[in-house]
Write a protein that binds this ligand. Sequence first.
Ligand SMILES: Nc1nc2c(ncn2[C@@H]2O[C@H](COP(=O)(O)OP(=O)(O)OP(=O)(O)O)[C@@H](O)[C@H]2O)c(=O)[nH]1
Length: 574
Amino acid sequence: KEIDLATFETSPIGSYLTYFSEKDNQKLSLEDAQQYFASGPTFSQSSQTIAKGFNVDSTWFKTSINNSMSLSNQYRLSIEIPWLDYIDVYLVSPSGEVKHIVGGDHLPISEQPVFNRFFAADMQFENGVTDLYIRIETTAIMPVPIKLSSVQDAIADYGADKFEYGFLYGILVALALYNLVLFFSIRKKIFGLYVLYILGFVLNSMSYTGHFYTFYTSHHGVHFQDYMDVSLMITYSVIGLHFGRKLLDTHLYAPNLNKAIANISNAIPFIILFLFIMDQLHLATIVAFLFNTSFAILTILLGVLAVRAKASAANFYLISSVTAAICVSVSTAAVAGFLPYNSFTFKAIELGMAFEGIILAVALATRFRDAQRDKERAEEHARKDELTDIFNRRGFKYATSLLFPQFKQNNENFALFLLDIDKFKLVNDKFGHATGDLVIIQVTRLLDETMRPEDVIARWGGEEFIVLLPVKDENEALQLAENLRIAIENLDTQYFDESVKITTSIGVSITNFNGPNQLRSDTEIFEKVISNADNALYQAKANGRNAVCMFNSEDINSNNDEEQNVHNTSPILT
Ligand SMILES: Nc1nc2c(ncn2[C@@H]2O[C@H](COP(=O)(O)OP(=O)(O)OP(=O)(O)O)[C@@H](O)[C@H]2O)c(=O)[nH]1
């Protein structure tokens, strides 16, 4: 298998390589390997990248480069995998001269053959056929995307690479920072988990793409990169599973699975740590790879269950986890040689993650919006009376508190009616509770129809209603209350053939935010006006019921002898 430089263009050279693995940990010399290539059985394949999987013996690769046209170009051989421990490249030229280039992450970045690259070596080929031998030894997985290109092409590729990674990492870091701000302002754990998940991914990616390796200033030994890859790989997956479960509220509809995933993801870091301590890096790598594969499957499972349970943001999550799984598969297939190995296929993971990051941010926003809407609905529900569907006490206080600024600004008087159905117990006793309910509903309907849109009505208690309304003066308030009393008196609820008739007593009080009230709080004024209306109501009852009584608003702030301030104004009692 020969590369003809006259026709060769920059590309991975997997299909030009023959290879074999050393046996029984016996390190071969170049001469041994040359002999083996000449006589022993070797392998070759048609894909651009050769992937050797886990725990492979050190492997020799060979190809020949034919420079029949005496091209004097500089070429660059690169193996863009940062975790290959030992890389030896031998060039055996026609003149018999041997060039030996050493690389791999057993060396610090400063001692790599080309500055700032994990492994790259520049070379020129003499006229004729030069043999190229490569020996690779590593404990981790051994994908070997060996690429030959002109130096210019290689440098142009690095530039494009930097830009592409910068762009993808930039999107992810921006999303993480934005959600970090949300985490601190909204104080919801899920935003924090999102930030950790995204940053965990960026760190993991920077490790396995070798970006970290190019940043090292000091060397940490042959296996540092391997340890880091494994640690960051599981960190990101563990956080990803916690994030997924929390985002989708899995515990609500799949408690057992939720617990199982929580337990596994909590145990995995300890298992890996234990294997590290026992110096079982290889086993740790296998566990991490298996866990990462399970991670992709589990996230899809979580998504499917969430969609079935109609969980908030479930669709977004499922789309993002399926996309991520596809992208990881594309990248893995490219590294394993099943798909063309190029910048796009290798970066599919980061591309997928940028997409995932965006979709998950939308999912978070959707979840937050849904939670907010549920909260608003619950609050609205808590302000409503169940039987009549009008405000209850709580709702009334809320609605009136919103009106007060308007009353203050417009210097408006407002009245308060406390309305109590007379002898309601008798209605219940005679016609039954259900009919009593019906009467309450009819009174509500009548209040709704009789009062103006700007008036606030509420059910204050069992058979007691309250109305707050802006009025010009006492006369208007009294007139409106009197109309109400008459309308209720004329109400007719049917109980079989019988007609259920009721009357009401209404206590009225009127006030505004001027005068001495200026110094009082809204709550104080509110409490006072209610207590005055209550006094007036008490008086109306005491006077024989079916009456409207007015509390004298002039004396609203006086505490002495309040009952004297109550004026019976109902025509029926005059
Ligand atoms: N049907 C029905 N009855 C209710 C409801 N809430 C309270 N009641 C009844 O309303 C009656 C109120 O009775 P009381 O407070 O003694 O007053 P009253 O019989 O209306 O007499 P006065 O207020 O003095 O005129 C009680 O019998 C309660 O059971 C309700 O939601 N539905």
